[in-house]
Ligand binder design. Structure first.
Ligand SMILES: Cc1cc2nc3c(=O)[nH]c(=O)nc-3n(C[C@H](O)[C@H](O)[C@H](O)COP(=O)(O)OP(=O)(O)OC[C@H]3O[C@@H](n4cnc5c(N)ncnc54)[C@H](O)[C@@H]3O)c2cc1C
Length: 322
């Protein structure tokens, strides 16, 4: 039986709900009212403050408040959400932010329920009685639109795909549910060590300044940091300089790094290889600084500056300061 519900699997980072979780709850609320569905936020592990915040954004919150569910581990997450579906009935759709965790457990659940899954979507709407999503494919060269003909529909969304919506007038209902976790599913992950995280998280940042091999040498990356500081932006990097050890992998943007959709993306000395642009081509405004007027990055840019990044970056930083 299909429950008339859209579930949002909440994600947290550094103790707070991620922006994409909050954005998705707003988008799901708008869609749900058109078809008389209800929105259910599902919090796996987490804490009281996160559960309370979800209740400000969703009419129903289900909290799997069990210490064994933390830290995240895919098999247990799949088991927990699978059991919740068995208890409550199949939801109409299950949506989550496009994190590496969600892109791991969501397709496993879709396979279990023999229904469709789409990752990295940027839009969600009704197509008649079916939910439809839009997402970039072939390195962002084209967008495809998919409608789900089975339930649950499973989809993950890029941060920034939707605007944030206001809180509910009165908080939603919070329900704690306990799941049986078989002994064999006890933590496979004993401890989770979080690597260096920027103050402004890259995947959720409104502005990003990214640098590539065109900066010439590692110490020139300071120029990117200075511009990022003035703009209160997160820092991004191409794989070429991550592989060269200039920057940590947590800052890599692209196919084998992070997928981001900031309001503003400034690419400094980055050629615009498809593996890189795959990670940033849904940014709202792209500014490229490159000494080669033929560089591919200019095809993705709204504003292009042809010139030496080592000269342009300090001038831009000074101009923005004043
Ligand atoms: C399976 C796979 C996955 C990959 N995943 C990723 C990924 O996730 N992210 C990623 O970024 N790459 C990824 N890559 C690598 C990708 O293909 C490119 O090699 C990489 O993005 C190039 O980095 P870059 O633009 O910094 O360097 P380059 O391609 O060397 O470009 C440097 C640019 O700087 C310009 N330049 C030079 N001097 C200056 C100057 N003084 N001022 C301004 N501009 C200057 C040059 O004109 C050039 O356009 C992947 C590759 C593979 C095969």
């Amino acid at each position: 039986m299909t429950a008339r519900e859209i579930w949002i699997v909440a994600e947290t980072r550094k103790g707070s709900l991620t922006k994409v979780t909050r954005q998705l709850l707003g988008a799901a609320r708008s869609l749900a009212t058109q078809k008389e569905l209800s929105v259910v936020a599902v919090l796996v592990a987490g804490d009281q403050a996160q559960a309370d915040e979800l209740a400000q954004l969703a009419a129903n919150v289900i909290w799997l408040n069990q210490a064994e569910l933390s830290p995240y581990e895919a098999t247990r997450q799949v088991d927990a959400l699978g059991q919740l579906i068995e208890k409550r009935g199949r939801p109409f759709a299950v949506l989550a932010g496009s994190s590496s965790a969600a892109n791991e457990f969501m397709p496993r659940l879709a396979a279990r329920y023999q229904s469709g899954y789409a990752s990295n979507c940027v839009d969600l709407r009704w197509e008649g009685e079916e939910l439809a999503v839009r997402r970039p494919v072939y390195g962002g060269r084209v967008y495809e639109e998919l409608a789900f003909c089975q339930t649950p529909a499973w989809a993950t969304f890029r941060p920034g795909a939707f605007d944030l919506k206001k809180k509910l007038a009165s908080p939603g209902q919070l329900e704690q549910v306990t799941i049986d976790l078989p002994e064999s599913n006890r933590p496979l992950v004993g401890e989770l060590k979080i690597g260096a995280i920027q103050d402004i998280e890259l995947s959720e940042a409104t502005r990003v300044v990214a640098g590539g091999r065109g900066l010439g040498e590692p110490q020139n990356f300071e120029l990117v940091e200075q511009l990022a500081q003035v703009l209160q932006a997160a820092i991004g990097a191409s794989r070429a300089i991550v592989d060269a050890g200039w920057r940590p992998h947590t800052e890599q943007v692209g196919k084998s790094g992070k997928t981001i959709s900031p309001e503003l993306y400034i690419a400094c000395g980055i050629s615009g290889a498809v593996h890189h642009t795959l990670g940033m081509n849904t940014s709202k405004v792209v500014v490229a600084i490159n000494s080669d007027p033929e560089a591919t990055i200019f095809k993705h840019a709204d504003y292009g500056i042809v010139g030496d990044a080592i000269e342009i970056l300090p001038a831009l930083t000074e101009a923005l300061k004043s």
